[in-house]
Design a protein around this ligand. Sequence first.
Ligand SMILES: NC(=O)c1ccc[n+]([C@@H]2O[C@H](COP(=O)([O-])OP(=O)(O)OC[C@H]3O[C@@H](n4cnc5c(N)ncnc54)[C@H](O)[C@@H]3O)[C@@H](O)[C@H]2O)c1
Length: 268
Amino acid sequence: MASSTDMLGMTDKVAIVWGGGYGMGERTSLRLAEAGAHVAVVDIVPERAEKIAEEIRASGRRAVALVCDVTVEESVVETLARAEEALGAVDVMATVIGLGVWGQLLDFTLDQWEEAHRINLTSFFLPARAVARSLIRNGKPGAIACVSSVSGLTSAPNHGGYGAAKAGMINLIRTMAAEWGPHGIRVNAAMPGSCATPRLDFGEAGLAKMKELLPLGRPATPDELAKAILFLLSDLASYVTGHNLWVDGGWNSTFLMQAGTGSMTNAR
Ligand SMILES: NC(=O)c1ccc[n+]([C@@H]2O[C@H](COP(=O)([O-])OP(=O)(O)OC[C@H]3O[C@@H](n4cnc5c(N)ncnc54)[C@H](O)[C@@H]3O)[C@@H](O)[C@H]2O)c1
């Protein structure tokens, strides 16, 4: 039952979080449940999905843990069907999956190139399309969110494969927003600069560099990304679609500093 203070409009909605068992995905699953949604937690690692689904059930919301490889279409379609069988037709989804595949382009193998696109772009396209088809079939409005990266806008040496895939994602949300908007489906991305997810170690030097260069002086926490995703999926963002939301601690405000021109003075 929705309360009058349900500003997020998430009470009793059915959510599916692909990559929802760990890091940012774990926090996204838990935030959606805290906001009142029932959650299908999908992950390629069964224990991760089960642990978070259990935590959600203990909090009084319904949840199901499902194992899936989001880069394989049959697996995605079957997993969505199982989620809907358990919890009802899906209203909102997030994909929180991606991995850096680093290397200089001169040395990059075709396998590395395809892997970068498979894990960073196909991993969004397949579940988003499956969920959009379900929403349209069921005549429901809905919202879809993914996690892009500043690498998709600016890139850097060694980021060729990852950056191109994330740029593809930033483009794709706009096409999806345009094609699916008439069905009441919104599509957006949250864009981190750096986020302290458990699998990453920035090292002391990396953290010191962030303290020096980032206005907020530190990487995001996984929960800060989850809150941005929750916002994009919620009624608070009911007129926001095709948008790539910077969640970067102000990194994008420091280009001139990084280029060494932030402290220029006039010669006379
Ligand atoms: N951490 C950062 O600094 C940073 C910066 C920019 C963008 N991002 C983006 O944030 C997103 C999440 O990053 P993270 O560090 O939380 O990821 P993570 O690797 O910690 O978590 C991803 C989850 O997805 C699951 N997963 C992996 N492959 C899967 C597959 N094929 N099918 C189903 N599940 C699969 C993993 O088991 C894991 O639970 C990614 O898109 C990443 O590119 C991260």
